[in-house]
Design a protein around this ligand. Structure first.
Ligand code: ES4
Ligand code: ZN
Length: 334
């Protein structure tokens, strides 16, 4: 049967969304004007909002997407810009019945341009407070290290982030950007320190690269969650370990199609993960770029797999259980 109404009404948890990836083309142009930050004049994609949106439908790879992603976030300068960005995401997420969101951001992409770490986090803090007060939407912040940057420089960024764990502003550490050629084990020093300091740990792995990157994230970095993680069928022993140890994979179906990691959503190993008990959640990744927010991702999965009400309730219950919020909030959400 058609579960569309059920899926729209279902209270959801989002665990894989880059706040910079929710920067809509309209806001890119608005901020560029407001902050007088230049956009490329030599790329016809930047002629207007519609050209930019149209270019997004032709991504050929993760790096092709990242090129636009990093240009666009250059328009984020002031605290209020970061607040606007995050608040608009929370508004949209709330409209799709997201009740808790664990959101990534890339501090190095801003501090490298002269934006202070505190400017970013203070803007997000205001948006998070408003989302909690106005919508009852709770959130957590996850700092991503940019893996295309040398690990020693990433470690400096991590050290900058560390005080924000103690102040309760940040809950987790992640690893994003160009995956191929930048395997998880290279970032072991930062992850070892972060584990000891009390950070929750995740890493993008098994998106474009093979399953060995997922094994490295678990064995070398001690991640308890893997972002994307679509390559587990290549390593049945690791797949069993994910089920047994309840390691969560945060899937982003539309992202995988748009970045040509799979030809269609139906190629994703979702049935296999459900059957083997691998915990999974369905997420939007970079919703301003990939043609949809969390609801559109839920619908794409339903169209491809015709899951049951029971399957979906299991998915959401698992994502609540494996959320990085307090026990009281988990009980409220269950
Ligand atoms: C990302 Cl789809 C994806 N993969 C890796 N890193 C990212 N950063 C933002 N989106
Ligand atoms: Zn991602």
């Amino acid at each position: 049967h058609d579960l569309h109404q059920f899926l729209c009404a279902l209270p959801k948890v989002e665990q894989h969304i880059h706040l910079e990836g929710s920067l809509e083309p309209s806001l890119v142009f608005e901020l560029a004007k407001r902050n007088n930050t230049p956009l490329p004049t030599d790329d016809p994609a930047y002629r207007d909002i519609d050209s930019l949106s149209a270019r997004y439908r032709k991504f050929t790879s993760l790096d092709d997407f990242l090129h636009y992603y990093f240009i666009n976030m250059g328009t984020l300068i002031h605290e209020v810009d970061f607040e606007d960005l995050a608040y608009r995401y929370f508004q949209k997420a709330h409209s799709q019945r997201v009740i808790h969101a664990e959101v990534f951001f890339d501090p190095q992409a801003h501090t490298s341009r002269g934006v202070e770490f505190s400017t970013i986090v203070n803007g997000f803090k205001k948006a998070r407070q408003r989302a909690k007060e106005e919508f009852g939407l709770t959130s957590g912040l996850i700092v991503c290290l940019l893996r295309h940057i040398p690990p020693a420089d990433c470690h400096k960024a991590y050290i900058q982030a560390r005080p924000y764990l103690d102040s309760g502003e940040v809950t987790g550490l992640g690893l994003s950007s160009t995956e191929l050629g930048n395997p998880p084990h290279l970032f072991k020093s930062s992850y070892d320190d972060a584990k000891a300091a009390g950070f929750r740990l995740t890493a993008h792995a098994g998106e474009e690269a093979d399953v060995s990157y997922m094994r490295s994230a678990v064995e070398d970095l001690h991640c308890t969650r893997i972002d994307h993680g679509i390559k587990l069928p290549e390593d049945p022993d690791l797949l069993s370990q994910f089920a047994k140890e309840r390691i969560l994979v945060t899937l982003c179906p539309l992202s995988n199609v748009e970045l040509r990691c799979v030809k269609s959503v139906s190629e994703l190993p979702i049935r296999q993960y459900l059957q083997s008990g691998v915990p999974l959640s369905i997420n939007s990744d970079d919703p301003a770029y990939f043609g949809g927010y969390i609801q559109e991702n839920y619908c794409a999965v339903q169209e491809a797999f015709q899951l049951s009400v029971n399957d979906w309730q299991g998915i959401v219950q698992g994502s609540i259980e494996l959320s990085w919020c307090g026990q009281e909030r988990k009980e409220e959400m269950s």
